[in-house]
Design a protein around this ligand. Structure first.
Ligand SMILES: [Fe+2]
Ligand SMILES: [Fe+2]
Length: 190
């Protein structure tokens, strides 16, 4: 298998993971904001839910264009995980859902950055801007959830996850190589 074909395989795998991951996240956030009373926090998490559905639609479109489908098993698992987490938010108190979400969002930033790398390597530069834009939105989500738990007494039992690099750095690693032009030409799926 050529390096390009391997990168395409990795890109598709990453997109399938993200597609189902977004479903689990969106469903969990739906339960999360519904469990809260504070209007401002509720609204922000409702907005985050909408952003995850939007990401899912964008990733779904990429998969379709690449002639691939979501993985059924992952889809079912995401549905179950999302619903269970969403329900648990109603009984778990305020800290744990915020903490879990923050850790997850940190991972999501990395996953979209990796997908963008695979997009470049597989000869699909048209997806880079959209993937990095999603990484940037996940960065905002992480920031929000971090702020929700900072200073909480439970952090002595649940250590705060390491901070993310500054948001501007999301585009730095790719801009240093030959794909720099791709990032500045403004390809977008949105
Ligand atoms: Fe997302
Ligand atoms: Fe997110």
């Amino acid at each position: 298998m050529t390096e390009k074909a391997l990168a395409l395989q990795k890109l598709i795998h990453q997109l399938q993971l993200a597609y189902s991951g977004e479903r689990a996240a969106a469903l969990a956030y739906r339960g999360h904001w519904r469990s809260l009373r504070d209007v401002e926090t509720r609204d922000r998490i409702r907005q985050i839910e909408e952003e995850e559905w939007h990401h899912r639609a964008l990733v779904g479109r990429m998969l379709k264009e690449l002639g691939k489908k979501p993985r059924l098993f992952r889809e079912l698992r995401a549905f179950l995980i999302g619903r269970v987490l969403g329900l648990l938010c109603h009984v778990s108190g305020r800290f744990l859902p915020m903490y879990g979400a923050g850790k997850l969002e940190r991972k999501n930033v990395k996953e979209y950055e990796v997908a963008a790398r695979h997009a470049v390597d597989s000869g699909h530069p048209e997806y880079v801007d959209c993937l990095l834009l999603m990484a940037e939105v996940e960065w905002d989500h992480e920031k929000f959830f971090r702020a929700q738990v900072e200073g909480h007494s439970w952090l002595s039992m649940f250590p705060l996850w390491p901070p993310l690099p500054p948001k501007e750095q999301i585009r730095t690693p790719l801009s240093s190589d030959k794909s720099a032009a791709i990032l500045t030409e403004g390809f977008s799926l949105t």
